[in-house]
Structures are given as C-alpha cells and as structure tokens.
Design a protein around this ligand. Structure first.
Ligand code: SF4
Ligand code: SF4
Length: 451
C-alpha cells in the first residue's frame, strides 16, 4: 500500500459544455448570500434591512481569524438578514437582496495599491477571493506563506470531475488573466517557479496556457494523464513536482502552494479593476437540463434561476448536484444559492440518478488498489458499520479526501464514500472524547500526587 501507488480511475469525461462560452445570466429577482462560503469563521453582515446596495459593495466583514469578506453581485435593496439551511444541512445567516435589475456598480471603485508583499496580501484579503476550485479556503491564508519556504506554485487546471468546464473556459477565454494572476503571485511572494497541471483531455487549454506564459521565466505547463482525481491537491503536487505531501502535512511542507487557475484570474481582475469577487462561472449540465450552458452568475443566485436560464428541465429531475458527480453535494432545495466556490449545477433524470443496488463485499480489493492515498476503503467501511472508532483511527480514515474512486470502482456498488464521510465526523468526536478523558486522567493523577 503506497501513497499514490496507483493514480485513480478513468472516467467518461462528458465535457459537453467545453466549447460553450460563458454568458451572463439574466439578473435574478433576488439573491440570498450566505455568510459562510469559505472555510473558517462566518462573515458578519455590515448592511441592514432597507439599505440600498450596489454591485461590488461590501455586505459583510470577515469574521475573526480564518474568514473572508463578502460583496454584493447585484444592485438593489437588502430585504432580510435571515437564517437559512444550506445543502450540507448547516444553518447560517444570509443577506437577502431584492435586485433592481440595473446592476449599478459601487461608486469610486479603484484598483488597490499594491507595491510589495504586504500590500499584495492586504489586497487579496480585501478581494473576498477564496479557492474557487471547490474547497473555499480563503486565498490570502493560502498565499501568506513564510518567505523562502515555497519554490513552486502548482496551478490547478486539472478539472478532473466529469461535466465541469468552468476552469476550462477560464483557461481558454481568460488565459492572459490567469498568466497575469500567476505573475503577481510569483512576483510578490518571491516564488521562482510555477507548473500548470492540466489533464491531457484539454489540449486547447494546454496550448493556450503555453502560449500565454511563453515569455514568463520559470513557468511550465504539464500535460497530465486524464485520471481522476488528478486535481486532488496531494495527487496534483505529486504528478507535477514528484514531491509527496506526507500524512498530516501541507503543500507548504513540500515547498509548494497550489492555486486554482480561476482563482488566479480573479486575483488579476481584482488588481486591475478593484471589483471584488461577486460572480462565478457555473457549468449547468446533466441529462435533465434542457440546454446545458456555462453561465456567469452573481453569487447568491438561486439554483432555480440558474436552471431556468438553461431552458428549465427536459425531464423530471431526480437528482440535483452542486459540483461534479464524484464530489458534488446533492441539493434538496431549488432555492439553494450559488456560492463563491460553486463550479457546477448538474441535474439528472431517473436513469442516471437511481442509486445502484448495494450488495455484499466480495473482497476483490479493487477499492484498495485504486485509492489514490493508499487507504483501505473496504476495511474503513466495515469498521464504521461496526462502530469501531479505534480501528477507524488506525486505518486513517481522516486522510480520505472523499474523491469517490472507491465507490465508483466497487463491483458490489457499496456506498463507500458516504460511509467515509460519516466515519470522519464520528472519528472527530471520538478523538475529542479521548482527549478529554486523557486530560481528566492527568488532572486526577496530578491531584492524587498533591500537585
Ligand atoms: S474516497 Fe477516500 S478512501 Fe475512497 S478512494 Fe478516495 S481517498 Fe480513497
Ligand atoms: S471494491 Fe467493493 S467489493 Fe471490492 S473489496 Fe472494495 S468494498 Fe469490497
């Protein structure tokens, strides 16, 4: 069992929208902008009900610690500041804005003044940009690395999930912005090298990024095998640089930072214009969408409006996903808003959405052979169903990146990834309890020694 011994699974790409240029969605009637679209503390609303807002206006300050500010992508009036339930089941506050349709930009918008590392990081903090590849990690935190510790930026252009083409379109339509964003990161963080990792199934993106970066020193573009999950951070770093990010370590420990190509384009746009992150390119596809498209969508737009902009449903939808078929989250509500990190809305009819019948494990070992992180998915699932938390810890279920390769390859159609997701949550509770028990024991021992 070795880390990255085998690189994952071959999937049908289904990149049906790769040649469809993104178009702006008609301005929705209202948007619902959640305060937690990033990893870390929720943002705190700085507008009140009844306030008029414009495009690019700050509506929420970053919370304490790890967080990100939030801006409006529409002009209109704040109608409500309310608690909503998002697709993960989490409850959070959201600012609801009734749009006036005029899309009036905020007055006096100017590019930030950037002249050194500190001012660059301050600008990124203000921009509201988070990792746009899906994780939603505040970009300023990722870029704020100790000087001299990183020698390579790995640019994630893998876009390995089937259907999704929003990064593909960024590389084709905004290659100059991607290159400019990369040049800014390399310049202000003093990082000498950069490697693009793009799957071979996107030859136009490879050619375009080679062209756009031809004059940049230290930058190369690597064509990677089309193997899911090529865009997983650890997998991508290994396949672009040959460096292994050890257990519990970060890319920084391997001397790299990984930045998504669309995140780089957003950095360049902000530094050019001062317009923060307010909209997102979203791929809308799947068997139950009448006219699949790539759309430019104000953050907070309801999924219902996004699907309407594609002609609505072509058949009764049975499953709606935010994200790709491998790692996306099923939505229960068409009012769910598009978030900063939403890159796709996929809608499937009965045939594709029906879960296959699960049967008993035949111990074929395929899941273990194909796990990109060398984990033991079948054993992890068994330990979870038996409630054996100590075994889950030993099997290192916490390292699972929920890529879904094991579920995909399993001939018994076992729902392995869902089991790992739940197992990770249960392991966190178990470890917390173990920690508390250990502390109590130490306190008792200390007391009996008269300390
Ligand atoms: S979901 Fe987790 S266990 Fe399954 S293949 Fe991916 S990393 Fe391995
Ligand atoms: S792939 Fe499925 S059937 Fe094979 S060992 Fe893993 S869980 Fe069992």
């Amino acid at each position: 069992m070795s880390l990255f011994g085998l690189p994952g699974v071959r999937l049908k790409h289904r990149k049906n929208t790769a040649n469809i240029k993104p178009e702006p969605i008609p301005v929705p009637k209202s948007v619902t902008i959640p305060m937690s679209m990033h990893i870390g503390a929720p943002a705190v609303p700085c507008v009140a009900v009844g306030d008029a807002v414009r495009v690019g206006q700050r509506i929420a300050e970053a919370g304490a610690g790890l967080s990100s500010p939030i801006y409006s992508g529409v002009s209109g009036t704040v109608k409500k500041i309310d608690e909503i339930t998002v697709s993960t089941g989490a409850k959070m506050r959201a600012v609801v804005i009734e749009c006036d349709g005029a899309q009036t930009p905020v007055e006096g918008l100017t590019p930030p003044e950037v002249h050194d590392r500190e001012s660059f990081l301050a600008a990124i903090r203000e921009s509201g940009i988070v990792g746009l590849g899906g994780a939603g990690f505040p970009t300023v935190v990722k870029l704020n690395v100790p000087e001299g510790r990183v020698d390579t930026v790995v640019v994630n252009g893998a876009e390995c999930e089937p259907y999704i083409t929003s990064d593909t379109r960024t590389m084709l339509d905004e290659s100059e912005l991607v290159a400019e964003g990369l040049a800014l990161v390399m310049k202000y963080l003093s990082i000498p090298n950069a490697i693009f990792g793009i799957e071979k199934n996107k030859p136009q993106c490879i050619a375009e990024m080679k062209r756009a970066t031809a004059e940049m020193s230290g930058v190369s573009v690597r064509a990677l095998p089309s193997l899911y999950p090529q865009g997983g951070e650890k997998v991508l770093v290994y396949h672009t640089t040959g460096r292994v990010i050890g257990e519990g370590k970060l890319p920084l420990d391997a001397g790299v930072i990984v930045v998504n190509c669309t995140t780089l384009a957003s950095i360049a746009k902000y530094l050019r214009t001062g317009m923060p992150l307010v909209e997102k390119c979203v791929t809308v596809d799947g068997s139950a969408v009448r006219e699949p498209k790539n759309l430019i969508v104000p953050i907070g737009t309801a999924v219902r409006d996004v699907i309407d902009a594609c002609g609505g449903f072509s058949e009764t939808p049975k499953k709606i996903l935010s994200g790709g078929p491998m790692m996306g989250v099923a939505l229960v509500d068409l009012d769910a808003p598009v978030l900063k990190q939403t890159n796709a809305v996929l809608v499937f009819g009965e045939k594709e959405a029906m879960p296959p019948r699960e049967t008993a494990c035949i111990r074929c070992g395929k899941c273990m052979d194909l796990c990109p992180l060398g984990l033991s998915p079948a054993e992890m699932a068994n330990s979870f169903s038996q409630g054996d938390d100590a075994s889950l810890e030993k099997l290192k279920v916490h390292l699972c990146m929920e890529c879904g390769c094991c579920s995909y390859i399993c001939p018994a159609k076992r729902n392995l990834v869902q089991s790992h997701r739940l197992a990770k949550a249960r392991l966190r509770t178990y470890q917390q309890k173990q920690k508390e028990l250990k502390e109590q024991k130490e306190q008792k021992e200390g007391a009996s020694r008269g300390e």
